[in-house]
Design a protein around this ligand. Structure first.
Ligand code: PEP
Ligand code: MN
Length: 356
């Protein structure tokens, strides 16, 4: 499957930069942004025309009225144009207006019926279709949506990582959960992966850092919401940046090489990697040894008919480890996570003994 061919064939700058407003608001607004974007690295112009809003009553997009504005953008600036589609009707209208790239939004990817409807409406198309991750952290659902497109012979597919909702408020609007993006790349290495730092951050100050992390993880591009007057935007005002700021931002970003060059640093690197391998092997032996001791404790618990979970003991261990970790420059969160896993594994080993 050659789903990444479109990225090579189009000969667009790599990493790809997609920019434009959250929403198309007026013809003037759209054209003003597009003309300013001509001076940046952006090669694809995005604009939401139908806006999926979490709650009713907010601006829901101007609808198909904006599609001829985007056609003007393409004609006047040479930028390719991209819109979000959420149903068959949107697809029909986007195709009728020569939209180059259609993307499926996070609230649509969660719904296999909607994705199937879009896939069927696009069967055999040569258009580029980008699939945002679903709002919930479910890799299978994201992959499933892409498989639905592949099954109807859509060749030019990409994915957009825009982060995941969480009930707890964090510093992000949508938690990046980078591991899911890394797992995505392992499961579908042929699909170009684009990062959307705007919807991850929810506000503009962290967009650079998130973009740099994405490039360090070898993402193929960025989709960044851009507006000439961000604070006055009709949707997502806090997270949009001006084309000028976008230009500065992409100039500052460092694109790193995929692998090390053959220089003397390679031997240094090999030595350090050998050392890591040695430490990892030792770490595993130590963990295995810890489980053996834990099983012996399990035998004692069985003999004396004592419950596996000893809450006080567990609290002592975690407290002590966090304190020791601090002295070793290991974060509380890391110690907490790692000990929770060790404890779970230990319980499993003891259960095996007790059930024997
Ligand atoms: C958008 O790109 O403007 C949008 C609605 O994004 P998401 O689907 O990621 O929420
Ligand atoms: Mn938006």
């Amino acid at each position: 499957m050659k789903n990444n061919k479109w990225l090579e064939d189009m000969k667009l700058a790599h990493p790809l930069v997609i920019a434009g407003p959250c929403s198309a608001e007026t013809e003037e607004q759209v054209l003003e942004i597009a003309h300013e974007l001509k001076n940046t690295d952006a090669t694809i112009f995005r604009a939401g025309v139908w806006k999926p809003r979490t709650r009713p009553g907010n601006f829901e997009g101007v609808g198909a009225l904006a599609l001829p504005w985007l056609q003007r953008v393409k004609k006047e600036t040479g930028l390719l144009i991209a819109v979000e589609v959420a149903n068959r009707e949107h697809v029909k209208l986007a195709l009728k207006h020569d939209v180059d790239i259609l993307w499926i939004g996070a609230r649509t990817t969660v719904n296999p019926f909607a994705v199937q409807e879009i896939a069927d409406a696009l069967e055999n198309t040569e258009k580029i279709v980008l699939v945002k991750n679903p709002i919930n952290p479910d890799l299978e659902l994201w992959l499933g949506a892409i498989e639905r497109l592949q099954k109807v012979n859509i060749q030019n597919i990409g994915a957009i990582h825009r982060g995941f909702s969480s009930y707890q408020k964090t510093k992000y609007r949508n938690n990046p959960n980078w591991q899911i993006a890394i797992d995505f790349k392992n499961r579908m290495p042929e699909i170009p992966l684009i990062n959307d730092p705007s919807h991850i951050c929810g506000e503009r100050t962290r967009i650079f850092d998130v973009s740099q992390t994405a490039l360090d993880l070898k993402f193929d591009g960025l989709m960044i919401e851009t507006h000439c007057n961000p604070n006055k935007a009709w949707s997502d005002a806090k997270q949009q940046i001006t084309p000028t700021v976008l230009k500065e931002l992409t100039e500052k970003l460092k694109v790193r090489k995929s692998s090390f060059e053959k220089t003397s640093s390679i031997t240094k690197l090999e030595t350090l990697r050998d050392e890591i391998d040695f430490i990892d092997a030792k770490l595993l032996r130590t963990l295995a040894k810890r489980m053996e001791v834990s099983e012996q404790i399990g035998k004692e618990k069985k003999k004396q008919n004592v419950a596996i979970l000893q809450q006080n003991r567990w609290n002592d261990i975690i407290e002590k480890s966090i304190k020791n970790g601090e002295n070793l420059d290991l974060s509380n969160k890391f110690i907490n996570n790692i000990y929770r896993e060790i404890h779970q594994e230990s319980i499993k080993h003891q259960e095996k003994i007790i059930k024997k």
